[in-house]
Design a protein around this ligand. Structure first.
Ligand SMILES: Nc1ncnc2c1ncn2[C@@H]1O[C@H](COP(=O)(O)OP(=O)(O)OP(=O)(O)O)[C@@H](O)[C@H]1O
Length: 269
């Protein structure tokens, strides 16, 4: 009889503690992001979500505990070293180059991974300098399509609506071909329709490209609607982890949110 060997989580925090002076921002927190899954991280203001994101992405060293990528300890690895292992992230406030077009941002992401020596070639020379390789054009076209950016692909990033800027950031991050993508408040500033579209797009990306997502979100209904598993932090402590159905019914979660965010979610269901 053969036993199936389960793949290690793409990204995991084990026993992560972060202290800022006397304040315990995170206390022995465990989080796992399995392969090809969407994991949500929620919690009231000040719960420690951004701190955990900082630890996972390598911007912040934990006081104790470890961060693993595919079972390898990366706790001491820089953000750049983690990126080389397949970790990418987006920021709460999209950080785009105002004069570059939407497409050029995606090209930059692609070249970061596949063609660093040509990183700025023909973006700085105004185009036409050298024809991009077919593989680059194909991948960039696919991402433009996947993120529904066709109609704005030649527009400069300056002046794009926030929702579109967010999609550009996601496309640029995916162009690096990450194994895990950390999304910091992806729905922030989006209206209801844009949020629904983003959720659908992200789900398709996970199904079609095998990337894993970890999202930090204030929008609890969004997280419960799109994630495979959800982790809930409160005052730096992981108070619950499970499927959306388990989280919805968890008394500790309901108490942390005083019911409000979860009731909103039930009303929308
Ligand atoms: N650099 C820092 N120095 C001192 N305290 C900090 C620092 N960063 C965060 N904190 C504190 O750590 C705790 C967790 O903060 P964190 O920003 O991680 O929470 P959060 O869940 O992301 O909150 P929000 O939803 O409001 O963004 C808070 O009490 C915060 O004040």
């Amino acid at each position: 009889m053969t036993t199936a060997v389960e793949a290690p989580p793409r990204l995991a925090a084990r026993g992560v503690t972060v202290r800022f002076g006397g304040l315990v921002a995170l206390s022995e927190v465990d989080v796992e992001v399995p392969a090809q899954s969407i994991v949500g991280l929620v919690g009231p203001n000040g719960a420690g979500k951004s701190t955990l994101f900082g630890v996972l992405s390598g911007l912040l060293k934990p006081t104790a505990g470890t961060v693993l990528m595919d079972d390898e300890d990366v706790t001491a690895a820089t953000p750049q070293a983690r990126a080389r292992r397949g970790l990418a992230r987006t920021f709460q406030h999209p950080e785009l180059f105002s004069t570059l077009t939407v497409r050029e941002h995606i090209v930059l992401g692609y070249r970061m991974r596949h063609s660093k020596s040509r990183l700025w070639t023909d973006l700085l020379t105004g185009g036409g300098f050298r024809r991009p390789p077919a593989a680059e054009t194909e991948r960039v076209d696919a991402l433009v399509d996947a993120l529904h950016l066709g109609s704005v692909q030649h527009a400069p990033a300056a002046g794009l609506p926030l929702g579109t800027s967010r999609l550009v950031e996601v496309a640029r991050a995916l162009a690096v071909d990450p194994r895990v993508l950390l999304l910091d408040e992806p729905s922030s500033g989006l209206d209801v329709r844009e949020t629904e579209e983003l959720a659908t797009t992200l789900r398709e990306l996970v199904a079609d490209h095998g990337v894993s997502l970890l999202l930090v979100e204030h929008d609890v209904p969004l997280v419960l609607g799109m994630c495979d598993r959800v982790h809930v932090l409160d005052f730096g402590v992981l108070i619950a982890a499970g499927t959306p159905a388990e989280i919805r019914d968890d008394p500790a979660v309901r108490a942390a949110y005083l019911g409000t965010a979860l009731d909103d979610e039930q009303e929308q269901a």
